[in-house]
Structures are given as C-alpha cells and as structure tokens.
Design a binder for this molecule. Structure first.
Ligand code: FES
Ligand code: FES
Length: 697
C-alpha cells in the first residue's frame, strides 16, 4: 500500500528494491527485499504485532533498535524481533499472542569450542565517537577491533538528514549527519590495522578480562583486548503516563529509524513530547517525510534544544507548548489522540487546562541516558578502559566525534604508540562543542534599503560556524576562538556577491538574503527550503513568517532554484514589501488547522500508569511497596517482576527511581537492581558454540 511508504523525500534517495511476497495471519502481502519484518508490516498499515501475556494489551514497535522486545512476532514458527529480523520471500508471519512457545528441538545441538581472539584495542560502538577514535588509532597503525551491532557504521548519524552544527574544521559542521557517517566510514576503512565487525553485538564484559561478542549475529566469540574503548552511545529515557504502552507511542530514535532508514510512514499526525534537540529535530524530519506534526510539548518554561531548531519548527507551523505535560495517550488498539495539560512550577498538571488533540503517534524525546554498563564492568574488572561520546556524557554528535578523536590519541599515548599528548586546544574545542545553548540576544536587522545584505535569524550562542566558511569573500565572521559567538556581516551593502551559499548552507536555516537592487520598495528575499519540490511552485502564494513563526503576510514565490554545492537545499525567493523584508525568516509548510484541540478533552480509562512496559507493572504496585518500606529494587523485582523483562530494566529502572523521589525517599537509601551480564538477549545455545542457524533457545 503505497501511502505507508515514503516514495519521495527532499534529502534521502529512495532505492529501487525488488518486491517479495510474505504472509501475515495467512494473508498475502508485499514487502521490499532487504527490509525488516517491522518495516514490511508498517508498509502494509499493520501496527499491532501481538498482545501482552499479562493483560492482553496490544504490542507494537517501541525502540526499533532490538532493545525492548515489544515487537516480537512469530516468523516461520520462531519468535523473532520484527525490528531486527529481515523479511524473506515466502515468510509466514503471525502475531505473538502472549508468551511464544519455544522452538522444537529436532536433534541435540552440536557443541563447538568458542572462538577466541586477541586485539590491542577493542572499540565497542561504530558511531561518531567510536569511528573517530578508530581513525586516530588507525593513523598510528595501532591494531584495533571495532564492533557494532548494526549492519552499517555511523550509529545515529545514519538517521540524521539535517546539516550538523559545530565546527567546520573539527567535526564536519554544515554536512548532513548521513553524509558524515559515510565520510567517517570511508576513512576508517582505509586503515589496514583497523578490523571491523558489523552486526556484532557486545553481550558482556567478564571478570577474566574477556569480552563476549556475538560476531556477525551468529557466532559467539571471546575477545581479549589490551585496552577497551566504550563508545556505545545512549539509550532514550522513557516516561510514565496513562496509555504509554499503546502501539504508536515511540521513542524518538525508533521514529527516525522507521522514517529515515526504513522509509515507511508510521503516522499521519504526530505529537512530540520533549523540546530538546532530539524532539525538535525529529519534528523537522517528520515534516520532511510529509507527516503532519500536531504539536510539541516541553515541561520546562523553555525548550532545552537550540533556539534555531525550535524557531525552524515554529516557522513550519508547528505549535510549541512550553510548561505542558502529557496526561495520556488515548486509543483502543493504537494511539488515536493525546491529552496534555499545563503544569505549575512544581510540574504538577493544572486542572482545567487539559486539551486533547487527534494524532496517531506520540514521540517521546525526554532525554538520554549513557549506555555505560560495559565501561562500569571493565573498570570493575581492572581492564584499561576509556569511554567516549554519549556513553561518557550526553551531548551533540559533533561533540562525540571530537571526544572520540581525543580518546584515540589518549589510548595511543597510553600504549606508547604516540609521543604526543592531547593538545590543550583540543580540550578547549571539546568543551565548546559540549556546551549547552547560551544566552539569546535581540535580533538585529540591517537598517538599509539598497544593495544586498544577509540577515541572521540566529540569535542564541551555540557552537556553530559553517556560515563563516561559506562566504567566498570572508564577510561573515564568527569568532574562531569561541564559535558560540553570534555571526556578524562585516561587508557593506555592496560587497555581497549574492552567491546565496550562506542561505543554503546554514544548518539552522537561519540566514536570508535581502536584495534591494531591482526594486528598493519590493526587495527580493531568498529563503532556504528543504521540503519536497512538488509542494512549492513558482507563483504559489505562501505565508511568510518571522523568526519565531509570527505571520507576516502572504506573498508570491517568484523563483525557486538551487545553487552549485547547495546539497539538496533549495532557495525560494519572494518579492516582499519593504516593511517586512528583513523580518522574513521562513515559509509556513504546515497549515494551522492540524493543531486545533478536540472539542472536549479525552479522559483515558486505563487503570493505572505502566512503569515496567516489559512486565506491565504499574506505578501503583511499585508505589505501594515503597510505602511499605521497600528500598531495594532487587526485592521490588522479585515481588512484582518490574526490571525482570526482556529489556533488562533499561526502560523502567529510571522510572522507578523517579517514583522513589516522588515518595521523598533519599536516593542513597535505594539499592539499584544488580547488573549482571549478559546485557542483551541472546539464545543460550550460542554460548555452547552453536551457530545461530541451528540454535535452540
Ligand atoms: S521495537 Fe523491536 S526490540 Fe524494541
Ligand atoms: S521495562 Fe523492561 S524490564 Fe521493566
């Protein structure tokens, strides 16, 4: 069914893939070769993959990353994670109703010795930090084994269609995330001392200093490194609210995976919870995939992400509600609406402020936690260990690229393979790239009406400098010692050559060019445009907006073009009355009716809020134990099964911490659940040397 597939995209190319047949509940359906079972089901409009064994509630995609097991289906008789398993021609797929039966054992498994390898440096994670470290070590000829659980290197970079912020010189700022991934991968593959295992999941770090890796997804292998670098990234935080397990509630990473990797449209109308960079960027990605964004809420009085990301979304016509929280996801089998409310200064919902909006997906982007369990174990077992990127500290991917580079040099120095220590300038660049968004200044517009001038709609200090490298005459200046500086134009109104490279290349889409030369009363305004070419044509009337989405008027598109090297960003030109020309920052993409609240807000009828989504344990059950004096999460696990599910407490442990806080229990009185290897689900037979094909669970 074509409408569920993304068949055109302003940034991503759509590969031509062979169609294959499979069955779902006995019905013949079409998939594309090479896609996951989940993508094939979504492409056919199927979102409910099974029902929970405890309460029969519907289950579907949640993480799209193999972490949560909510997407389990039965494929040719075997339980598999639909988000990880590739579909095959003729595959017979059934929903997973309750607990799946174990596959039959046809004959006793053949046991083989476990393969063992040694390496100088083992890097866990082939995202921006791991790749950069491997490049640094590869340059010095240090033997490295880099393992990553995906089939493609790049980590979350491969989902990012937007241009990156940061420093052009240090971390490829101004280049799209997907293209940075390709550049890093190409570079690392040039170094013969770096061996790469993709589709290889790290399962555990053991006390005998060996690391268990599921090599290529099929063969269990023990690796003994001299030094280990953990660059395993971050996992998304979850939120407790009514209806939070309904299919259609996704983590932001899952949504980006479905849209930007799998090229399926998981929703028509999306609601976003969380105003950090992840939520803001995901909203932009949804609009590029022609998914309507109903609104975005943030519990704090201001969004935590970059103002340019927030402004961009508001200019697209997405309403942003700060000081708001989600009360419930509503629906029977999947999300049909969301109910939100305003919060007071203690983040408590204010009665009477509830609103509901129709939507079919809710994206949760409320922060990230480092995936650092391998690092903790390595330290515990005295393996020389380093950590980089989000596994060390949550920050932008540009910062992960740079910390990876630093760790690479530090490791080489530790091994005696490099005489140089990390230059102090690198440490300073790293600190700048990690920095939180700074102060916001009043926007300055040039008070001129002749010649040509760029106008900056970027008025918050953030680490970003591509504009300064784009002007061929060097007329845009950002302090290179501290690239958080606001850009300034040092030319006059006759020095700009109107190349429009700054308009096309600003990652925040926050530069316009105002050209008074032909008609000073009706100057031409060049505006960056990154949506489908078919949505905009010459002579179309568009709503032009100010930096923060204020409506300025309705104007005609007089030109739509690209420039050399504009890398898929188009430039729309409007002829504007003089009074508003410098204020115009964008064109509305999404008209407002999508945002109207329903006539009455929806009361969700679920019994209680689920905290442990694997085992469907409610907040009420856990709260009651806390009130009885339970302080050890291992005991809570024993009594309720919370933290005992397929995700290994990765989703619910932080929510249970939060319940302790709400009950005013000091965190030092709480005992965390014991973390025991292994950290990922894996068929047990693999530890006895079976290969996956013949594995019996
Ligand atoms: S959605 Fe497949 S494992 Fe989480
Ligand atoms: S949510 Fe997975 S164990 Fe609780």
């Amino acid at each position: 069914m074509a409408q569920y597939r993304i068949e055109k995209h302003p940034i991503l190319s759509i590969p031509v893939r062979k169609e294959i047949q499979f069955t779902w509940q006995g019905q013949n359906l079409i998939a594309k070769e090479g896609e996951t079972i989940a993508a094939a089901l979504f492409a056919n409009g199927i979102h409910v993959f099974g029902h929970h064994p405890k309460d029969g509630s519907p289950l579907g995609i949640f993480c799209a990353n193999g972490q949560c097991s909510q997407c389990m289906v039965i494929a040719d008789g075997n339980p598999v994670k639909a988000c990880m398993e590739q579909i095959a021609a003729g595959m017979q797929i059934q929903p997973n109703e309750g607990l799946p039966a174990l596959p039959a054992v046809v004959q006793p498994p053949r046991l083989e010795p476990i393969a063992e390898v040694k390496t100088t440096v083992l890097i866990i994670g082939g995202g921006p930090a791991g790749l950069s470290a491997a490049i640094e070590l590869g340059k010095l000829g240090v033997q490295v084994l880099l393992v990553d659980d995906k089939s493609r290197l790049g980590g979350k970079l491969v989902l990012q269609t937007h241009r990156f912020f940061g420093s052009m010189k240090a971390v490829y700022a101004g280049t799209r995330g997907i293209d940075i991934a390709t550049r890093l991968e190409n570079e690392v593959r040039r170094y013969p001392s770096v061996e790469i295992w993709t589709k290889s999941t790290c399962l555990a770090v053991f006390s005998d200093k060996k690391v268990g890796i599921l090599r290529g997804g099929t063969a269990y292998t023990l690796v003994t490194p001299e030094v280990i670098l953990i660059a395993s990234g971050a996992r998304e935080k979850f939120l407790a609210f009514k209806g939070n397990t309904l299919p259609g509630v996704y983590g932001a990473g899952a949504f980006q995976t479905l849209v930007n990797r799998d090229l399926v449209r998981p929703a028509e109308k999306l609601f976003i919870v969380g105003g950090g960079n992840v939520g803001l960027i995901a909203g932009y990605h949804a609009l590029q995939a022609e998914i309507g964004v109903v609104g975005l809420i943030e519990a704090l009085p201001e969004c935590g992400g970059y103002k340019v990301h927030k402004d961009k979304l508001m200019r697209m016509g997405v309403p942003i509600y700060t000081s708001h929280t989600i009360l419930s996801a509503n629906g029977t089998d999947k999300v049909e609406s969301v109910t939100i409310a305003q919060v007071d200064s203690a983040f408590k919902p204010i009665p009477g402020t509830e609103k509901s909006f129709a939507c079919d997906a809710i994206l949760i982007a409320v922060g990230l936690d480092p995936v650092d369990e391998f690092y903790q174990k390595a330290k515990e077992f005295s393996i020389p260990a380093f950590v980089a990127g989000d596994a060390e500290e949550i920050a932008e991917a540009s910062s992960a690229i740079f910390t990876g580079k630093i760790r690479g040099l530090e490791i080489a120095h530790t091994l005696g393979r490099s005489a140089s220590e990390v230059p102090p300038a690198w440490a300073r660049t790293s600190a700048i790239l990690k920095s939180r968004p700074g102060p916001v200044y009043a926007e300055q517009h040039p008070d001129l009406n002749e010649g040509v001038m760029p106008v900056f709609h970027c008025n918050q200090e953030i680490p970003c400098n591509p504009c300064s490298g784009l002007c061929p005459n060097g007329l845009i200046v950002v302090d290179q010692k501290d690239i958080r500086d606001i850009p300034t134009f040092i030319g006059n109104n006759y020095s700009c050559q109107v190349c429009e490279r700054c308009v096309a290349g600003c990652p925040g889409l926050a530069i316009t060019l105002v050209d008074y030369r032909a008609n000073p009363e009706m100057p031409l305004v060049s505006i960056p445009y990154e949506f489908s070419r078919e949505l905009l044509n010459k002579k179309d009337l568009v709503t032009v907006l100010g930096t923060e989405g204020q409506t300025l008027g309705s104007l005609e598109i007089v030109d739509l073009h690209t420039i050399p090297d504009s890398d898929r960003t188009m430039i729309a030109v409007v002829a504007s009355p003089l009074a508003i020309a410098t204020a115009i920052a964008g064109i509305r993409i999404q008209e407002t009716p999508i945002t109207q609240p329903m006539r009455q807000y929806v009361h969700h009828v679920a019994d209680d809020t689920i905290v442990c989504r694997c085992e469907h344990v409610t907040a009420g059950e856990i709260r009651s134990l806390i009130r009885q004096g339970y302080r050890d999460m291992n005991e809570i696990k024993t009594v309720t099964r919370a933290c005992m599910g397929a995700c290994g407490a990765k989703t619910c442990a932080s929510l249970i911490h939060r319940l302790f806080r709400e009950e005013n229990v000091p965190i030092n009185e709480v005992t965390d659940p014991s973390k025991r290897p292994i950290f990922m689900e894996v068929p047990l037979g693999l530890f006895a040397g079976e290969t996956k094909k013949e594995t019996h669970s």
